[in-house]
Design a protein around this ligand. Structure first.
Ligand SMILES: Cc1cc2nc3c(=O)[nH]c(=O)nc-3n(C[C@H](O)[C@H](O)[C@H](O)COP(=O)(O)OP(=O)(O)OC[C@H]3O[C@@H](n4cnc5c(N)ncnc54)[C@H](O)[C@@H]3O)c2cc1C
Length: 449
C-alpha cells in the first residue's frame, strides 16, 4: 500500500436532525431489540441504519436463518431466547415468512425465514413501539468530550447531520461508534485472524421431491467432485430449504483477502474485492449444484444479497470479555442478562470447526453478563451484538442472532435505567435491570444449573 496522503477538511456547522434520549446505531438483531426495548420503556429513541431496511446481516447479508434461539438443556432442545425476539418472530410468522424449526447437527434447532417478511415485521415492530427510523444514514463520526458522547454524525442524502442523544447504543456490528469514541477494541485472535466471511445466496427452481434431504448427501457429492478436479472454497457447507421448498439458501462460499487470510470487513478496499470474489464463488457453486445434486438441475440463483456476510470485525474490550471457555463450560454470571445456547462456530481456512458444551450432561447454555455491553472510558455508551466485549472464540458463538437479540434488549433496558439514574451506564442497578428484563418476558437462565 502506498503511504497515506492527507488533505484538510474545513470545519463546518452541521444541522441537528433531532434530540433523543436513546440513539441506536445499526438495525440488525441487536439494534432492533435495543431500540424496541428502549422505546417500550418510554424513551424517545431513534435507530440509524445505512441501508433502507432493518435486519442487519440477517437481511443485508442474506443469512435468512435464526440461530441461537434454542439450547440443548440436558437433552431437551428448548427455546431460550424470548422477549423482543418473540414479538418479532410472531410478526414474521403472521406474514407467512417463518419456517418450522429444524435440527442443526442433531444437537439444537434453528429457524429459517424469508428476508422480505423479516424487513416488514421489523418495521412494524419498531413503529408500533414508537421508534423513529432514519434509513440511508451512514454513521460517520461522534462528538465526545471527557468520556461523554453528545452527538452522532451521520451522512445522508440530505447532507451531513448531527443526532444528539443522552445514551448511545452501538449495534453497528463493526463497533464503529465505540471505535470513533476511543473505546479499546480487538480485531481478530491473538494473531489477528478473523472468522472468514461468506457471500450467501438463495437458489430457486429446486425440485423438493428429488432434492429430499440433500444437505445430508452434498458433502459426499463435493468429495466426489473434488476427485474429478473440482475445487471448493470450503467444506462444512449449509444448503437448506426455505419456507417454500423450491427455494434453498446456500452458505458455502468463503472469502479470503488477496493474502489468503480472512478478509477484513473494516477495510474498504478488501471489502470491494470480497464482494466480487463472493459472487464469483456463488456462480461456481451453483454450477456444482446443477451438475451433481439431484433436484437442482433447473435451479438458479435468485438472489445474492446487498453485501458480503461479515462474521467478525472489531470487538470492544469492555468490563468483561465473554470467552470460548465460558461457552464450553456453560458459565453462570451474577449479572446475567440472558443466555447463549449456540456452540463455538469457528470459520477457519477451508472449513467450519464446531465445539459444543457437553450434551446432555450440561445445561447447554451460558449466561451473557451485563458487563460485556460496557466499553471502557465512556460513560453513556453501550455496545451490543457481534461487536460486544467477547474474545475471538466467545464471539464465534454469541454473535448469532439469538445472542444479539438478548444483548440488544438488555442494552435498551439499561439505557432506560441509566437515564432514570445519573446517566452512567456502568452504574445501572443490575438487579433492577434483571427485574425489568424478566417483566418484559426475557429469559435469564437462572432456573437451571
Ligand atoms: C455469512 C453469515 C452467515 C450467518 N449465518 C447465521 C445463521 O444462520 N443464523 C444466525 O443466527 N446468525 C448467523 N450469522 C450471524 C449473524 O447474522 C450476525 O452475527 C448478526 O446479524 C449480528 O447482529 P448485529 O445486530 O450485531 O449486527 P449486524 O447484523 O451486522 O447489523 C449491523 C447493522 O448496522 C448497520 N451499520 C453498520 N455500520 C453502520 C454505520 N456506520 N452507519 C449506519 N449503519 C451501520 C448495518 O448496515 C447493519 O444493518 C451469520 C453471519 C454471516 C456473515
Amino acid at each position: 500500500m502506498p503511504a497515506a496522503q492527507f488533505i484538510d477538511e474545513p470545519a463546518r456547522s452541521i444541522p441537528i436532525h433531532g434530540d433523543y434520549e436513546v440513539v441506536v446505531l445499526g438495525g440488525g438483531p441487536a439494534g432492533i431489540a435495543a431500540a424496541a426495548s428502549a422505546a417500550a420503556h418510554g424513551r424517545k429513541t431513534i435507530l440509524i441504519e445505512r441501508y433502507g431496511f432493518l435486519g442487519g446481516a440477517g437481511t443485508a447479508a442474506g443469512v435468512t436463518n435464526f440461530c441461537g434461539l434454542f439450547a440443548n438443556v440436558h437433552g431437551d432442545i428448548r427455546r431460550v431466547v424470548h422477549g423482543v425476539a418473540n414479538d418479532l418472530l410472531g410478526r414474521i410468522d403472521q406474514l407467512g415468512g417463518l419456517n418450522a424449526p429444524h435440527l442443526v447437527l442433531g444437537k439444537t434447532k434453528a429457524v429459517a425465514y424469508d428476508t422480505t417478511a423479516y424487513k416488514s415485521a421489523a418495521d412494524d415492530l419498531l413503529i408500533s413501539r414508537g421508534v423513529d427510523l432514519l434509513f440511508h444514514a451512514l454513521g460517520a463520526g461522534v462528538l465526545a468530550e471527557a468520556g461523554i458522547l453528545s452527538a452522532l454524525i451521520v451522512e445522508t442524502k440530505s447532507g451531513r447531520r448531527a443526532v444528539r442523544g443522552r445514551v448511545f447504543i452501538d449495534c453497528s456490528g463493526d463497533g464503529d461508534l465505540a471505535a470513533w469514541a476511543g473505546a479499546p477494541f480487538e480485531l481478530g485472535d491473538e494473531s489477528g485472524n478473523l472468522l472468514y466471511p461468506t457471500m450467501m445466496f438463495r437458489v430457486n427452481g429446486v425440485d423438493p421431491t428429488l432434492a429430499g434431504e440433500a444437505w445430508t448427501t452434498i458433502p459426499a457429492l463435493m468429495r466426489e467432485a473434488e476427485k474429478r478436479g473440482a475445487r471448493f472454497a470450503r467444506h462444512g457447507v449449509v444448503v437448506r430449504p426455505q419456507r417454500n421448498p423450491v427455494e434453498w439458501r446456500v452458505n458455502a462460499t468463503q472469502v479470503a483477502s488477496r493474502n489468503g487470510r480472512a478478509l477484513d470487513g473494516t477495510d474498504a478496499t478488501e471489502l470491494s474485492y470480497g464482494e466480487i470474489e463472493g459472487r464469483r464463488q456463488a456462480q461456481a457453486f451453483i454450477d456444482f449444484l446443477r451438475a451433481d445434486v439431484p433436484g437442482f438441475a433447473q435451479a438458479y440463483i435468485v438472489d445474492t444479497p446487498p453485501q458480503l456476510g461479515i462474521r467478525e470485525t472489531r470487538r470492544i474490550v469492555g468490563a468483561y470479555q465473554l470467552s470460548g471457555e465460558d461457552v464450553l463450560r456453560c458459565a453462570s454470571f451474577d449479572d446475567t442478562i440472558g443466555v447463549n445456547g449456540w456452540p463455538l462456530e469457528n470459520h477457519v481456512a477451508g472449513n467450519v470447526e464446531w465445539s459444543w458444551p457437553p450434551i446432555p450432561q450440561s445445561r447447554g447454555f451460558n449466561h451473557l453478563p451485563y458487563r460485556m455491553l460496557l466499553p471502557q472510558r465512556l460513560r453513556n455508551l453501550l455496545v451490543a451484538g457481534r461487536c460486544a466485549s467477547m474474545t475471538h472464540e466467545g464471539q464465534s458463538a454469541a454473535r448469532v442472532s439469538g445472542g444479539c437479540f438478548v444483548m440488544g434488549e438488555a442494552a435498551g433496558a439499561a439505557a432506560h435505567l441509566a437515564l432514570a439514574g445519573n446517566g452512567a451506564v456502568a452504574g445501572v442497578d443490575v438487579a433492577a435491570l434483571q427485574r425489568l428484563l424478566e417483566t418484559s418476558g426475557a429469559y435469564l437462565g437462572r432456573d437451571v444449573t
